[in-house]
Design a protein around this ligand. Structure first.
Ligand SMILES: [Zn+2]
Length: 257
């Protein structure tokens, strides 16, 4: 064990539900379901999404206690050499971005989100789970940039449960892709989280086949949320809430309080 850390009394593990890309289904279906179950999540909408068309709907999500996390303005990603995404083109290819360019984009997104929710502390959801910009010899991690402006960042797609008592980097926590998983698979993941006193950050895009190419089946999602709400020893909360708790309660082993 590398850190001295414990969840609050009676809590065995933690879960953050994160919903990406600013899809209308997030406020038509996901938010009502979460509210019914008294759960709150993190939404990571890029600014150029439904948020631009219906900002009032996203303001409402924040008003009931969900986190609006930063997912950039234009959703830049590293262009795949083998399977290029035409939407990114050259303009929104992170391997062509400079640090200054990404900083400016993050600041604009933070300003827009602040105007919607009034919050000055939030987390970042790495687009396409990318953690670097530039290419070849110029490729570099943008983690230092995230540390300037955010409480924490979801970071890489590790498909692993974070374990704060062992080792955690709040600016690259690591997440698990929920797309296509079965109810049993999701429940099993939460049981594993409980067993290791961990923190599972689930990355979710669409809910239902017609909402996004990465999606959870509607009934799987609904049953899972109802089941999760019944797990009294699992702390389900936005990334911002859990990251703040960890930041305030963790210290390296051997270091005095
Ligand atoms: Zn995204």
């Amino acid at each position: 064990m590398e850190n001295v850390f414990a969840w609050p009394e009676r809590i065995e593990g933690a879960v953050s539900l994160t919903y990406d890309d600013g899809l209308p289904i997030h406020y038509t279906v996901v938010d009502p379901l979460l509210r019914e179950c008294s759960l709150r999540a993190t939404f990571y909408p890029m600014i150029q999404s439904d948020l631009q068309l219906h900002p009032e709907r996203w303001r409402e999500l924040a008003a009931v206690g969900h986190e609006l996390g930063n997912h950039t303005v234009f959703h830049p990603c590293r262009q795949s050499l083998t399977n290029p995404d035409p939407r990114l083109g050259e303009l929104y290819d992170l391997s062509r971005y400079t640090t200054e360019q990404l900083r400016a984009e993050l600041e604009v997104a933070n300003l827009v989100l602040h105007l919607l929710d009034g919050q000055s502390e939030r987390t970042f959801g790495n687009t396409c789970c990318n953690t670097t910009l530039g290419s070849a010899a110029m490729e570099q991690s943008f983690e230092p940039l995230l540390a300037e402006s955010f409480l924490a960042a979801r970071g890489s797609l590790t498909n692993r449960i974070a374990r704060p008592a062992q080792d955690i980097n709040l600016f690259n926590i690591g997440c698990i892709d929920a797309a296509g998983r079965s109810l049993e698979d999701l429940k099993d993941l939460i049981e594993q989280t409980r067993a290791c006193s961990g923190w599972a950050i689930l990355m979710i895009h669409g809910v239902g086949a017609d909402t996004h190419h990465l999606y959870l089946e509607t009934d799987v999602h609904e049953h899972f949320i109802h089941w999760l709400a019944q797990q009294q020893a699992i702390w389900t909360a936005p990334v911002r809430v859990l990251a703040r708790y960890i930041k305030e309660h963790i210290r390296p082993a051997g270091q005095p309080e």
